[in-house]
Design a protein around this ligand. Structure first.
Ligand code: FMN
Length: 201
């Protein structure tokens, strides 16, 4: 079993990474193979809306999203982490979400993977970003695990949060337990935002 943590903080070893590492430690203790991917120092460009992923099958942008695609596809459980930037997720987090538009077919999708979320703020915006992450994971037909929302500002603040670090550790164990359940949405269920939900005028 493979559990992947994706840190969307541009800070190298900041609070998001501290909490994600704790989640991975919990997952490893439960027997999972673990990996941390951090956007820090990476080149991940914005989706250019060419739709070639729908027509050709792959995203044409050759950057650090390409290895991340492989890691996302290969993971059984994924924990996304982002700090709050201007009451929203980081630009890097949104960019990754947009680029997963290319993961839209069987064998190349996020469907049925367990998703956990970690958000970190100095003061305001945690709930809004949690909602955005859970709407993303819902549309992707991922299976929602728990979340951790922590208050931290300076780089090493999160490490001092006993309750937050403990919750992050437990999240790792929970993700492993949920993956073990092998939950699967029926194949005919819609799983992208063209088909998801009902919009009426
Ligand atoms: C550009 C920028 C915008 C931020 N905006 C917010 C904000 O809207 N609300 C908030 O509570 N904290 C905000 N923060 C503080 C970060 O969320 C906080 O420092 C967090 O711990 C950073 O996590 P990291 O160490 O994982 O990067 C902002 C920080 C930066 C650099």
């Amino acid at each position: 079993m493979k559990i992947l943590a994706v840190s969307c903080s541009p800070r190298k070893k900041g609070n998001t990474v501290s909490l994600l590492e704790e989640t991975l430690r919990g997952a490893a203790e439960s027997g999972a193979n673990i990996e941390l991917f951090s956007v820090s120092g990476k080149n991940i460009r914005g989706c250019d809306g060419c739709y070639s992923c729908l027509t050709e099958g792959d995203c044409h942008i050759q950057d650090d999203m390409q290895p991340l695609y492989e890691k996302l596809i290969g993971a059984d459980g994924i924990v996304f982490g982002s700090p709050i930037y201007f009451y929203g997720m980081t630009a890097q987090a949104k960019t990754i979400m947009d680029r997963t538009f290319a993961l839209n077919k069987p064998g190349k999708s996020l469907a049925n993977k367990v998703a956990g979320v970690i958000v970190v703020a100095g003061s305001l915006g945690l709930i809004d970003v949690l909602k955005d992450f859970y709407f993303f994971t819902t549309i992707k037909r991922m299976l929602p695990a728990n979340f951790v929302a922590a208050y931290a500002t300076e780089k090493r603040d999160a490490k001092k949060l006993e309750k937050g670090m403990n919750a992050a550790f437990k999240l790792g164990k929970e993700i492993v337990q949920l993956v073990d359940r092998k939950f699967e949405f029926p194949n005919e269920f819609p799983r992208n935002f063209f088909a998801f939900g009902t919009h009426t005028h």
